[in-house]
Unconditional design. Sequence first.
Length: 329
Amino acid sequence: MFAKDIGIDLGTANVLIYIKGQGIVLNEPSVVAIDAETKKPLAVGTEAREMLGRTPGRVHAIRPMKDGVIADFEITEIMLNHFIRKVNGKSFFSRPRILICCPSNITQVEQNAIKEAAERTGAKKVFLEEEPKVAAVGAGMDISKPSGNMVIDVGGGTTDIAILSLGGIVTSSSIKIAGNTFDADILKYIKDKYKLLIGDRTAEEIKMTIGTVFPEGKNEKMEVRGRDLVTGLPHTITLCSEEVEEALRESVYMLVHEAKSVLEKTPPELSADIIDKGVVVTGGGALIDGFDRLLAHELKVPVFVAESPLTCVAEGTGILLDNIHLLEK
């Protein structure tokens, strides 16, 4: 029995697992439900996500990853163990080599924590790669040549912005504004304007269904149910795309500003390449309506959304696993 090489996109919102020769075998939310009294895990992944905001007192649904790094070490280990077992990476004979992706400028301590969590699941060897680099590879960019490529990876906890050339990162920035921030913005906006309390899952649904970040973006309406803060009773309001754009504006412009500052630090030769090739956007945030148009308008360069933005990083780990000898250097 040969060990299988495994690639893991350990995200704040979702965990994707790629097995060499099989492709993406798992895509589940990074949520663990535990019993508060016994500290035993009750559910992991999709099953646990269903419990978010709907659990009785003694059951806690926890997201162990925060801003792309481990916030709760034990729970992360439980989650990784569960997922690797689920895809049968930890069979009786094999100890797989694991490639894990992490945000571009996390500290050595945070890197060690991710590495250790993976090692304790029984990995023979653990490689860490920076997320924007893996996302670029997964999006089909050829980063091995001496020319500039720019990628913006908008995940759940962090957005990674990087300029790549010759297989490495030239300049990069990692900012803690991403999908979860957008959800929180929507939640706050509805609470302030309508005195209505909604849950995280409802906020996410609003973002996906009618959300836009471009002033001339889509114009749709949606009924939103929640708890009225004045009466304490269930209440329904109608929300439109324009209001979502208003709710997200501040955070989105901070992202745009960060992208501009990365471009400002880029050597002029590489900047010229980016004008030709444009910018590739990956991650779940790339799916928000108008995101590419807003970036193109603000950065004055062509912007493309990757073919499958949600799975880019996992697919990138697959390509890197095929060239694992390069990682071993």
